[in-house]
Design a protein around this ligand. Structure first.
Ligand code: G3I
Length: 372
């Protein structure tokens, strides 16, 4: 890729800024401004560009990585005005050993880090089929489900009231592959409390913190039409029951070869329900990995760019979070994903590489925010 001279870079960058002044989202696909990676360092942080458009940009982070890796911690502080705990806000993290045996320290540390660095905090996830403490399955099967849900949601949401402004109250409750007419995923909460577990969770969360933004969060609605329709049906049922539900989290775990063919209809229907759409877990998985960093990074950038070119004319998300900030700590490379990683290196599906240097995907996000 030809390197730009400094003059060319400044001209290009100023053109990009000029282009960004367009009042509407340009129809065509404008190639991400190809600036060599080291020049990205001169552009303002994503949190600054986002804030200028009244948008929160941030990432999922883990307390251990913030504590052990200064370069990563500094990158999070530089780029993010919102963070979400990748693990610390989940049931298995907060109550790992036994009912009532709370373990707040990791989440408290993360919330304090955010407060010290002028960041907001999202919470994920109050009710989910995953991250169950080992003891919980038995408790639910013994009929403790209703009291457990009440105790858990009331305690957690009350404790972080005013410090966690937005909660994924229910996460990934839809799975058409489970064959139910209502599209619900078979899970321990459904077995214990029936389909009403979802509305119950939202009502408990709203009682505990009436000011919190309450979100239904799920994945694949951008490309899996059957799933998108099932999520829309759930949302409609909840809205018809006046359940306190404010937004939908589109996780946006994008795959380079999948087209977001269901996105437009999904967004249009969600808007009719007067619900916000948040981008909650953006990252890019490339199923056709080539051993070429430049090509992989370009593909991640164009996949990001194309997604937002589709999305922005439809909805203007007030929160855009990537599921991680640096490739070094991406779940996409984690051992339990059983996915091929990038030829023995970290999968390159996030804005910063494993040394926290900005990549083309970072620039795609920067360009997206500039154009909003
Ligand atoms: O179990 C240990 C725990 O004992 C220890 O205290 C803690 C210290 O950080 O680590 C725990 O290990 C792992 C944890 O991630 C933290 O790294 C868990 O074993 C592992 O299961 C957990 O995986 C997370 C997974 O959700 C399940 O919670 C992934 O990091 C996280 O990226 C993934 O995120 C999900 C979203 O919540 C929902 N959308 C899909 C997304 C990817 O699967």
């Amino acid at each position: 890729m030809p390197r730009l001279t400094r003059r060319q870079f400044m001209t290009t960058a100023s053109m990009a800024v000029a282009g960004a002044m367009l009042p509407v989202w340009p129809g065509g696909t404008q190639a991400a401004v190809e600036i060599s990676a080291q020049d990205y360092e001169n552009l303002p942080p994503l949190r600054v560009t986002a804030a200028q458009k009244d948008i929160l940009y941030g990432a999922a982070v883990g307390t251990p990585n913030l504590k052990k890796d200064q370069r990563f911690r500094e990158a999070v502080i530089r780029e993010c005005n919102v963070i979400v705990p990748e693990w610390e806000g989940k049931w298995k993290a907060l109550m790992p050993e036994a009912r009532g045996a709370w373990r707040y320290e990791p989440l408290d540390e993360l919330v304090q880090f955010a407060q010290e660095n002028a960041m907001k905090v999202r919470g994920t996830a109050l009710i989910w089929h995953n991250a169950f403490p080992d003891w919980a399955a038995g408790a639910l099967s013994e009929g403790q489900g209703a009291s457990l849900m009440e105790e858990y949601i009331q305690t957690v949401v009350s404790r972080y009231r005013g410090r966690i402004f937005s909660w994924d109250v229910v996460n990934e409750a839809i799975d058409p592959k489970d064959g139910r007419d209502d599209g619900l995923r078979q899970c321990l909460w459904l077995e214990a409390l029936g389909p009403a577990y979802i509305e119950r969770a939202f009502r408990l969360a709203h009682e505990a913190d009436p000011s919190a933004q309450l979100v239904y969060n799920d994945f694949a609605m951008e490309y899996w039409e059957e799933k998108a329709d099932a999520v829309l049906s759930l949302l409609s049922r909840l809205k018809n029951k006046n359940v306190p539900l404010h937004a939908v989290g589109l996780q946006a775990h994008l795959q380079t070869e999948k087209r977001s063919r269901a996105l437009a209809k999904f967004c249009a229907e969600v808007k009719k329900m007067e619900l916000e759409i948040l981008i909650t877990e953006l990252d890019i998985w490339d199923n056709f990995l080539v051993n070429d960093v430049q090509k992989t990074d370009q593909l991640a950038a164009t996949t990001t760019q194309k997604f937002f070119e589709l999305l922005m004319p439809l909805v203007r998300p007030k929160q855009i979070l990537t599921w991680g900030l640096s490739d070094r700590y991406s779940w996409l490379s984690s051992k339990d994903l059983n996915k091929k990683n990038y030829f023995g290196k970290h999968v390159r599906g996030l804005p910063l590489d494993d040394n926290c240097h900005r990549k083309q995907m970072w620039n795609a996000l920067h360009e997206t925010l500039m154009k909003v």
